[in-house]
Design a protein around this ligand. Structure first.
Ligand SMILES: *Cc1c(COP(=O)(O)O)cnc(C)c1O
Length: 226
């Protein structure tokens, strides 16, 4: 059985309270932290309920799934799609058409394709950084950020606004702290204001370390369907 609206609304309220508490601890305003509800593999009907509970930003990993849901939910006002997964160049057109932001930029040729296909407001892009040099993870090495920024700086239709990371899975949320801190330092070194970091398991730590966008799925929607 799919969760009723009341359950989604209650989960959202708890997440928002946790965001506010983390902001208070960090001396930050909750208005500085955007909550992206990660809806990958969840149904369009469930996203509709979450929108009904006041949520406006949704995160999807797969370009075709994002496109399909954007079409199914085109009637919902002010809904923003955040593409948060790796993108194959031949699917760039789906994001160019439907996404508000792209959190996993790692290749100049993909940026060029997004730029070529984008009409309307600039696509807000985050460079994904692989901080722990994990072979299982995507993203550029810290030393490659500057080169990527140089090669995409003048492209129309896209704007690099920040950095994104997904730290190594750990049992303790606090294990992510040093990665979040490192991303913040890299952001300030490259004069990028936005930091997309923190998921269900560690978003409070991410907020304490300066996250401006957190990507939370399970805490809002429950476990993803297999
Ligand atoms: C799935 C996913 C999330 C959300 O993870 P939860 O643990 O469900 O909060 C966040 N970021 C990325 C890049 C993801 O792929």
């Amino acid at each position: 059985m799919e969760q009723p609206l009341s359950e989604i609304a209650a989960n959202l309220a708890v997440v928002r309270q946790r965001i506010e508490a983390a902001c208070r601890r960090a001396g930050r305003s909750a208005a500085e932290v955007e909550l992206i509800a990660v809806s990958k593999l969840q149904s369009a009907a469930l996203i509709r309920k979450c929108h009904g509970a006041g949520q406006r930003a949704f995160g999807e990993n797969y370009a075709q799934e994002l496109r399909d849901k954007a079409n199914q939910l085109a009637d919902l006002p002010d809904l923003h799609w955040h593409a948060i997964g790796p993108l194959q160049i031949n699917k760039a057109r789906y994001l160019a058409k439907h996404a508000h932001a792209f959190h996993a930029l790692e290749r100049a040729d993909v940026a060029q394709e997004l730029s070529r296909r984008r009409t309307g407001p600039a696509l807000r892009c985050y460079v994904e950084v692989n901080l722990a040099a994990e072979t299982s993870k995507r993203g550029v090495a810290p030393s490659a950020i500057a080169g990527l920024l140089d090669s995409v700086r003048n492209l129309p239709g896209i704007e690099v606004v920040g950095l994104m990371c997904l730290p190594p899975l750990a049992a303790q949320a606090d294990a992510s702290r040093r990665y979040f801190r490192q991303l913040r330092e890299l952001g300030s070194a490259h004069r990028l204001r936005e930091l997309s970091m923190g998921t269900t398991s560690d978003f409070e730590v991410a907020i304490e370390e300066g996250a401006t966008a957190i990507r939370v799925g399970t805490a809002i929607f429950g476990e993803r369907p297999a």
